[in-house]
Ligand binder design. Sequence first.
Ligand code: 2HG
Ligand code: ZN
Length: 455
Amino acid sequence: VPLPGQLLAQLIDVVGATQVLTDPGQLASFTTDWSGRFVGHTDVVVRPSNSDEVGAVLDLCRGAGVALVPQGGNTGLVGGGVPMHGEAVLSLSRLGHFELDATAGQITVGAGVTIGAVQRAAAEAGWAYGVDLGSRDSATVGGTVSTNAGGLRVLRYGDTRAQLLGLEAVLGTGDVVRNVSGLRRDNTGYQLASLFCGAEGTLGFVTAACLRLVAPSPEQVVALVAFEGVIEAANAASLLRREAASLSAVEFFVSTGLELVCQVMGLAAPFAQSHPAYLLVEGQGQGDVVGELAGALQALAGVVDVAVATETPRRAELWRYREAHTEAINTLGAPHKLDVALPPERLGEFLRTVGATVTESAPEAKTWLFGHAGDGSVHVNLTGLAPDDEAADDAVLTLVAELGGSISAEHGIGTAKVGWLARTKAPGSLAAFATLKRAFDPDGVCNPHVLMPPA
Ligand code: 2HG
Ligand code: ZN
């Protein structure tokens, strides 16, 4: 659908000519996602600077029957923030409002503020923010709220929903939900903030959020633990949770991923020998985190080698073996990215069999496994596939559903997994989703191809 001519002029009236982009050169970075797999197209990117402007842009687009895709840091990885069907792009990166309450331990920020900026502001005020992820300096508050991003410390602090004390959002109806006062206890009816968290921009657009901060952790330790097999590593991931109260992360990877990371990043291998599976285990707190972690590691079976770090640079080096997976895998060509969850007692079985499942359905594909094993979630990256060849994705997600897991543990559904949502969601839940969508976005202009097919 071509953009109605007068719409551009009206959008310029609201946000100014410099914030309505139509030049193809300027549009390119908004139409391709970070991984390179999702390549969309659009006629216009609109960049409002506050929630009133967001509301006005939404009103104009609704009136003209033009759908909008909201975009933050464009690091979502499942095609939820790129205009795959020619939608207009609503870039929220200019919403930079910032307000920290050091007494209450909370921060109210605009949707465009990055997670890294929240972390740094929290640290300066003697607090910390519980969510951390590799894309911290690109990913924004609006995007992480809308996708309910998890990241590296879900095990300890929960996902983004668990940090959310309040929210401001413009609904598809034009109504504005504004509750960023952030009282810790507010038990007064429907939790609209929670509803917007994970809605992926399908009900309206998050413009600001109030987030809880947590106590800082002056004592930190990281151990890289090598295992004789993936089953042993998976069992250990589950057991560790009850062995150390200061446990803050348990991340998994295997020998092929580690070798690729070392080769692409030019890093020395952590151990003299290669091992089948690894856990990066982190403890954080204000007490004897080293002693606690040492005790916890002794309780594990199948450990063949351990490297421990307490000093910041060495801890960062060990983390890099895990965090650099995403970047290293992207050098092999745009991967297919799945982020699945399994019940803890099925995780080992999944990790052991998923590679063969992929090979059966797509012999040319290569499987990369890494992720947040401490909370039962794992990233399955597939390389060597055409962007739209979904046979291997289907095989993996079918296995996940058979094992009682979830087709998305942390990145959300986006456009990538719409076709599989019904595998693990019952008809009653899907009907309730559709009812909410109709009520909040009756004209279907808010990210209409994401999460569910358009009505
Ligand atoms: C991570 O855990 C991110 O590093 C990205 O969620 C996962 O690249 C991926 O598939
Ligand atoms: Zn992840």
